[in-house]
Design a protein around this ligand. Structure first.
Ligand code: ATP
Ligand code: MG
Length: 360
């Protein structure tokens, strides 16, 4: 009996509806070529249409509906004409992150063949690292408030919350990741010279974790110089781990250094595997180009490769990435307009799927 995986597909809004089908096309080609089965169930919530019909982004029993799947394959959410952005985000993705304890946000930063980096003097192979962002606490705590409102003493406070469990679990994930990579190098982002209570604690926990991983070369960089070095010397990084806010910034900056965010993938991971993890492109629903069949599906397809790796199909994951790279480098006629080509979403997805099927 071949291995069978249950996947919940959520298309969402805008170009999510166009790129998810191409992601699934490539995943099916990989399953066929590598001898496993995918059971895909599409769900029509977490989109503006559901909000219009039901006054909520998700059905009340969403956790039961999704909780039994092996993974969630997500497009993009957001249709600001109909639902305010914070409502669609807090009502869907952030519910999943919290409800399924997806405490790691993982983004590969890798310069592929056929993609030009906006950085001078960088070619394929020069940039290949991973950003690990803490996804559940830290600076995005929602703890704080305003006092003396409307007076000239008006004061606003917002707290950073770090817990030992929350910090250690994301550090452990990052150190494990680094230990499994050839260079075994980890950098933690900090700002302990400015944020004088929270960040020294983060440093302390990271240094303690480093002692448990003697094979991993661990060092720290302050967030300001780290951002500068992403641009000046991106090749020196291997695994970069950061708190929620710093990780949020780095995980957009990194993919931008490796080309366009239209091709970048991301994963929201529950490493303990008590709940499904979620795989989605970095880009949003892009209302400006939605419905025209020209969205780049590569971010979605690459997210599918990350999902295969998480499910335990690393050969299939590598095959998908290799197919993406070959098509980007060798088939300029199928590239979408954002990559400077004349192609369509479906044309590019089909070309990558065919390449996966052909190469196995
Ligand atoms: P969000 O807030 O939902 O994360 P955003 O509104 O900041 O997203 P996107 O929806 O990602 O940004 O889109 C930004 C712009 O980048 C879009 O208007 C679109 O022109 C372009 N873009 C984004 N994704 C793609 C893609 N897959 N293919 C082509 N162009 C894209
Ligand atoms: Mg948006």
């Amino acid at each position: 009996m071949s291995q069978r995986y249950r996947i919940a597909a959520i298309l969402g809004d805008g170009i999510g509806r166009e790129v998810v089908p191409e992601g699934l096309r490539c995943l099916r080609a990989a399953a066929e070529a590598h001898g496993f089965e995918l059971d895909v169930v599409e769900h029509d919530f977490a989109c503006a249409d559901h909000w219009l019909r039901h006054g909520a982004m998700l059905p009340p029993d969403w956790k039961d509906v999704l909780g039994g799947f092996d993974a969630i394959f997500f497009g993009a959410v957001g249709w600001p004409e109909v639902v305010p952005d914070h409502v669609s985000l807090w009502g869907s993705l952030l519910q999943f992150r919290r409800g399924f304890d997806q405490y790691v946000n993982l983004r590969p930063v890798r310069l592929l063949r056929g993609v030009r980096s906006p950085l001078r003097d960088h070619g394929p192979g020069d940039i290949d690292f991973r950003v690990v962002r803490e996804n559940t606490e830290g600076e995005y705590s929602n703890v704080g408030g305003r006092i003396f409102e409307g007076t000239d003493r008006e004061t606003v406070l917002q707290e950073t919350v770090l817990t030992r469990i929350g910090v250690d679990r994301v550090l452990r994930y990052a150190f494990d990741l680094a230990a499994g990579r050839p260079r075994k190098h980890l950098t933690w982002a900090t700002k302990s010279n400015g944020i004088s209570i929270a960040m020294p604690y983060w440093d302390e926990r990271a240094a303690a974790m480093a002692k448990q991983y003697p094979d991993v070369v661990a060092d720290k960089d302050h967030i300001d110089i780290l951002a500068a070095k992403f641009v000046l010397r991106p090749g020196q990084y291997d695994v970069v781990v950061a708190s929620n806010l710093f990780g949020d910034i780095l995980s957009d900056l990194g993919p931008a250094c490796a080309g366009t965010i239209g091709i970048a993938p991301s994963a929201n991971i529950n490493p303990d595997r008590t709940w499904p993890s979620l795989f989605e492109p970095v880009h949003g629903s892009a209302p400006d180009i939605a419905g025209r069949g020209i969205a780049n599906p590569v971010g979605q397809i690459w997210s599918g490769a990350m999902m295969l790796e998480h499910l335990g199909e690393p050969a299939a994951a590598a095959a998908v990435l290799a197919a993406i790279e070959r098509v980007l480098a060798d088939r300029p006629e199928v590239l979408t307009p954002d990559l400077g080509g004349p192609g369509t979403t479906e044309g590019l997805g089909t070309a990558i799927a065919a390449e996966i099927a052909w190469a196995g």
